[in-house]
Design a protein around this ligand. Sequence first.
Ligand code: 5GP
Length: 125
Amino acid sequence: MPYEYDDQNIFAKILRGEIPSTPLFESEHAIAFEDIRPQRKSHLLVIPKGPYRCYDHFVQAASASEQLDFFAAVAKVAAQAGIAESAGGNGYRLITNSGPDSLQEVPHFHVHILGGEPVGPLTAS
Ligand code: 5GP
């Protein structure tokens, strides 16, 4: 089943500047900002600028240069935040939710970067 993208989601509005946000990082195909409800000391979100609903959609439909730029951006954001081991930090966890079973809230592909303190078990139970 092909993916549909609802451009009224909150991250699409952030990308269009309709909702204010403070970008921490911007590349050709990605931006990053802080999560509004941080779950750990450092909780950052990286999103592609293109209209992709989830990881599966992004990998199927985004160009190779968008994908390369996006995943490089994730590493750069973690380094910029000082949580990547290469930047002297103690590491981080990446999370991306795809679809209903994952409880994805915002239907625009994004990666959570969690760190700055021990993140805890991989899942709640
Ligand atoms: P999901 O469950 O879709 O993987 O995660 C969506 C994340 O987006 C949540 O952690 C939530 O706190 C965050 N979020 C929702 N609305 C906003 C917003 O308007 N601004 C920012 N910065 N984060 C948001």
